[in-house]
Design a protein around this ligand. Structure first.
Ligand SMILES: Cc1cc2nc3c(=O)[nH]c(=O)nc-3n(C[C@H](O)[C@H](O)[C@H](O)COP(=O)(O)OP(=O)(O)OC[C@H]3O[C@@H](n4cnc5c(N)ncnc54)[C@H](O)[C@@H]3O)c2cc1C
Length: 402
């Protein structure tokens, strides 16, 4: 293999570049990044980078490192088509780059809502989005956050620390209910409310107009004046390149457990990849998934046969609290709470019919998520009363069953 092209300057593209070099690949590596910036991390965009424009630690592939390792990062460069038979990637400017293998790491973009755009209205996906939004969040401003998901709560949290008033609109009866269930979603909403966020549920947004003082958001519950509106209603995968290249696409770019797409020598990883996991196909928008999956894809490009089947994990920092989730709960799984959902810290475990942990969600209890991750990946059972008992040592219990 003489030349690898990594399409997408995000988490997955950057990790693949690092893995290829660390595993000894010495051919050409080109990272194509359509944004004007060198590859950077996205999680800080709704947290510390939004709070203060400190970009130290944001970069994923510092220039000194890519120079030393002979990796070419081409910013402002969009791939238009993968021409697998010719062994090339066609760029939007009409030029071509030779490619013996390609990683599609094109990520996702913020979903938009019809009628919700214009000055003062933001999605939050890029560094430029965060820079524009930060300027609008300050004392005396009113943010209307459309969407009560994790990013919505993180933006609300930063806005509150910057002195803004925040109204959060959630279309369903409980924020986060689809992700973690109604009881845990309610526990998260309590934290937001305790930090001064006006969380309004069962509230649909119908449109936007300009009023005398700024924006007016039309909702099913009446009009709301706002200085700034953030639309945080999920993301859509960037599948255009895959479609143009004739790859199989479902809810994302379809890959097998080895991160291979339907076209030989073309791999996909990260937010764009729909992959097999626990008997179903999923597309996951978490940084840990992008990291691990891209590392596996890079190893398989080099001739390994490593399956990607790690439990999915994500975190969220909001209102000075840390939330972590691992696994996938089935719709009929039982929930066992360690602690009390009114406490400062708790962990909820989800168990299947066989009593095995399928997922866990924790508030300020990351070490218990680490145990849950082991239990899920090794398919080990710990008695329910031990999981529920705050005084029982979970690491000890893990050692006993492991
Ligand atoms: C604000 C925010 C906060 C987040 N917080 C968390 C968190 O707390 N915890 C967590 O687990 N996850 C979080 N995430 C999710 C996490 O950042 C993503 O899962 C991760 O960035 C996915 O990496 P990726 O490489 O697949 O895609 P991306 O990071 O989206 O990178 C893809 C890149 O490819 C570019 N591209 C697309 N098409 C082309 C093309 N044809 N040619 C060239 N370039 C192209 C895109 O413009 C983009 O720059 C957050 C995401 C956002 C936006």
């Amino acid at each position: 293999m003489r030349s690898v092209v990594l399409v997408g300057g995000g988490q997955a593209g950057a990790v693949a570049a690092r893995t290829l070099r660390r595993r000894g690949y010495d051919g050409a590596i080109t990272v194509l990044a359509d944004e004007p910036h060198r590859p950077y991390q996205r999680p800080p965009l709704s947290k510390e980078y939004l709070a203060a424009a400190d970009d130290s630690g944001l970069e994923l592939l510092p220039e000194a490192w890519t120079t030393e390792h002979a990796i070419e990062v081409r910013t402002g460069t969009r791939a238009a088509e993968i021409c697998a038979r010719e062994g090339a990637v066609l760029l939007a400017d009409g030029s071509r780059i030779p490619a013996d293998a390609v990683l599609l790491a094109t990520g996702a973009r913020a979903r938009r809502l019809p009628g919700l755009d214009g000055d003062g209205v933001f999605g939050l996906r890029t560094r430029d989005d965060a820079d524009g939004l930060r300027e609008r969040l300050g004392p005396g401003t009113h943010l209307v956050m459309v969407g009560g998901g994790f990013i919505g709560a993180e933006v609300a949290s930063v806005a509150r620390t910057r002195g803004a008033a925040v109204t959060m609109l959630e279309a369903g009866p409980v924020p986060l209910a689809q992700a973690v269930g109604a009881r845990l979603g309610e526990a998260c909403a309590r934290i937001a409310r305790a930090n001064g966020v006006d969380v309004r549920v069962n509230t649909r947004v119908d449109g936007l107009r300009t009023g005398t003082r700024g924006l007016v958001v039309r909702t099913s519950d009446g009009d709301l004046e706002a200085d700034v509106v953030v639309v945080g209603v999920g993301a859509e995968p960037n599948v255009e390149l895959a479609v143009a290249s004739g790859l199989e696409v479902g809810h994302g770019v379809l890959v097998d457990q080895y991160c291979r797409t339907s076209t030989e020598h073309v791999y996909a990883a990260g937010d764009v990849a729909e992959h097999p996991h626990g008997g179903r196909r999923v597309r996951v928008e978490h940084v840990d998934n992008a990291t691990r999956q891209a590392a596996v894809a890079a190893r398989n490009m080099l001739g390994e046969q490593t399956p990607y089947d790690d439990p999915h994990w994500f975190y969220s920092d909001q209102f000075g609290r840390n939330l972590q989730h691992v696994g996938h709960a089935g719709t009929h799984d039982r929930m066992v709470v360690r602690g009390d959902l009114e406490d400062e810290s708790w962990t909820a475990f989800f168990l299947d019919d066989a009593g095995l942990v399928t997922a866990a969600f924790a508030l300020d209890a990351g070490e218990e998520i680490a145990v849950a991750r082991e239990l899920i990946s090794m398919r080990l059972g710990v008695p329910e009363h031990v999981l529920a008992d705050r005084d029982a040592d979970l690491f000890e219990a893990l050692e006993e069953v492991g």
